[in-house]
Design a binder for this molecule. Sequence first.
Ligand code: C6P
Length: 404
Amino acid sequence: MLDINKIRADFPILSVKVNGKPLVYFDNGATSQKPQVVIDAIAKYYQEINANIHRGVHTLSQLATDAFEVSRGKIQQHINAKFPYEVIFTSGTTHSINAVANGFTSLLKAGDEVLVSALEHHSNIVPWQMLCERTGAILKVIPMNDQGELILSEYDNLLSNKTKIVTVNHISNALGTINPIKYMIEKAHQVGAAILIDGAQAVPHLKPNVQELDCDFYVFSGHKICGPTGTGILYGKEKWLRKLPPYQGGGEMIKEVTFEKTTYADLPHKFEAGTPNIAGGIVLGTAIDYMNEIGFENIAAYEHELLEYGTQKLLEIEGMKIFGTALEKTSVISFNIEGIHPYDIGTIIDNKGIAVRTGHHCAQPIMDFFKIPGTIRASFAFYNTKEEIDSMVDAIKKAKLMLL
Ligand code: C6P
């Protein structure tokens, strides 16, 4: 059981007013809000130990380096990676996926196949299209059904010895579908393909266990789990991280540099060129500690209640159509109201302090599948309440009266 009032008090932004009204923040899929411990930890880093890492012998540099590596260890434990050096700090999911897709350039040849799912965010489509353009590999799409679930029989048929990598999200940002990744990982491995899991929308709701899943790569952003923006993780199995060439060249990722030849640093530094987001990396550990204290089982159970309540309340509105009705679903509700453009509802309820996302959610192929320009997306976090859902539903009903 969560003590919601206590949790809400941890988030200063939840008591601000927006447009003169108490903020109702339902855009958690875009980014989460930050608890005071995270905000304080950022200030504490700059006030007490700010220095560049892995470089200086001076005390501050060592303190900062230690804090950064302690955070890496926390993330390793959190996702149950086998070794700390399998955890690479990046600037976010987008960066992590691009690092892997670029690395595969040297591993693919014309005619090889890359499988992406129909449920992907643009970040998990475009880097693979670019990879295919560079190599002559072919991009194939795992289709979905009207509920927004991947069609696994089609996935099985698409897999072959030509498949070199499969890439799929753990949870869809636009529909909330939880994909059967364990099954998909097993199947990909049966044909010798690697598999990358985009966990951007999963990590706010559950604790991934990368060894149990047996995925080759698992990527996510820190800002969706109460951490700072500009932070992210690329988890890769050691054998893959050794095989892939580095994504960027620069300081920190080298062993020896001469004008004739450069040799690369060991993992994880091979993939961490340049000065990283040091404060962000350290504070991501603080954010993960905070969420673990609340407990992912508690978070999942409470968010499921919000999902059921929100779905039932929204369906009371006439003309309501919910997109994404998968059996396995997280606390995201994507919807439209007949005859009304999603932007109009989004703008009117924003005047009442209610923040939802409207549009294609960087997942245009999903909107094309449903033949719609976009949806209104309410994405709930563990600090939201049923009363806030009531406020949103009430505001939508009033907006509807104005617009129709
Ligand atoms: N989705 C949303 O409102 P970055 O921007 O690198 O932190 O994350 C990209 C990304 C990749 N995959 C999935 C499944 C995502 O949901 C996102 C980010 C946000 O849905 C912002 S577009």
